[in-house]
Design a protein. Sequence first.
Length: 234
Amino acid sequence: MALNSTDLFVIQSQADSKLYKLSLNDLSASIEGGSGINFRGSVDLLVAMTGQINPDPALNGDMYLVEQDAATINASWTMAGGVTSAVKNDRIIWDQNDANWLLIPGGDHTGGTLVDIVGTDPIQVDSASDPTIPVISIDQATTTEKGAVARLATAADVVATNATPSSTAVVTADLLNATNKAIENGVVGSITEGGTDIVAGALDIDNDDGDVTIGINAETFCPFDFDSLPDITA
């Protein structure tokens, strides 16, 4: 025989040993008002809450299945965290302590509960076309702005005969090390005095392990401004 909500139980209080009655409806409400989850059915969040939930007001832990997508949840549903939209198969659970509905993503969601992605320079986030599929990128570094490098330089990029070196390829330590070794070892080519119609021996050239110094011998150095010399009279 099925029980009716008005059926009564007779119980004895352990506080005073007296007998009391308790209806099935009150017993159910007491149990369902606990910390457990109570599935109540489905609701449409596009329309007002009144008339859709039972019991009304809701009891702590009451859970409902969202019937259809709700791009804008009806204002009568007080949602936790300022949630304004839901999709079919989401669940909502009544939180008595905070007096609001908790949205639990359901089967039509493809991920967790991530609601936003914020980029910090040089990382950029573009969600203008589709907020659910943000495009994440990183700015390219410049001489004044941080970011990602375009690529690493190769030996061909830094060779002296390269007439069009890249302005975005970054020189790596091994390439720079090779250049420093060449300078340190004096492998910088040969600097010699030469040409036509010159004063031989006028230059004093010294190459000390790549540290090249050039001077003019005193015997050929003429520091004068000829225009300031006196006119010859003899």
